[in-house]
Design a protein around this ligand. Structure first.
Ligand SMILES: [Zn+2]
Length: 158
């Protein structure tokens, strides 16, 4: 698969305000107020189609549908980001634990945490809040919330 060049320039203040208006209260709390969510993976338990999971706030692809695995905790998790530079990590010392918080590299929206107890090949387990993501099934156009153009707004086949 060719490396698609997604435009990682952060949204402008105005764009961010517009995007935030589209969020409900739960989404605001998780996406914008980092760390208020207890450790929990709630992501799309029944979503098994191939496709792309995108940032709920700005639409950047963050995970492939195919990298979701059954972690044994009852909650599906991801092992590999869509692209390494689409996620940023932050050391999170809340809840008396040292964890690695992950945020969208483009808009900074809180996504969840990454734990070092996943399966091969990465050994990483990305535990994402379901409200932090949208899902685009394979063959349907990706969101283009910031008006960036292709590959956003185009059908994606991974
Ligand atoms: Zn984002």
């Amino acid at each position: 698969m060719a490396e698609a060049a997604f435009d990682l320039t952060p949204p402008t203040e105005e764009q961010l305000e517009e995007l935030k208006e589209d969020l409900n209260e739960d989404e605001r709390r998780v996406l914008l107020e980092h760390g208020t969510e207890a450790p929990f993976c709630g992501v799309f338990l029944d979503e098994k189609r191939p496709g792309v999971f995108t940032c709920r706030l700005c639409g950047l692809p963050l995970f492939h549908g195919g990298t979701k695995f059954e972690s044994g905790t009852g909650w599906p998790s991801f092992t590999t980001p869509f692209a390494a530079d689409h996620l940023d990590t932050i050391r999170d010392m809340s809840y008396g634990m040292v964890r690695t918080e992950i945020v969208c590299a483009r808009c900074g929206a809180h996504q969840g945490h990454v734990f070092p107890d996943g399966p091969p090949p990465t050994g990483e387990r990305y535990c994402i809040n379901s409200v932090s993501l949208d899902f685009t099934p394979e063959g349907e156009p990706l969101p283009d919330k910031l008006g960036r153009g292709a590959p956003e707004g185009e059908a994606w086949s991974g």
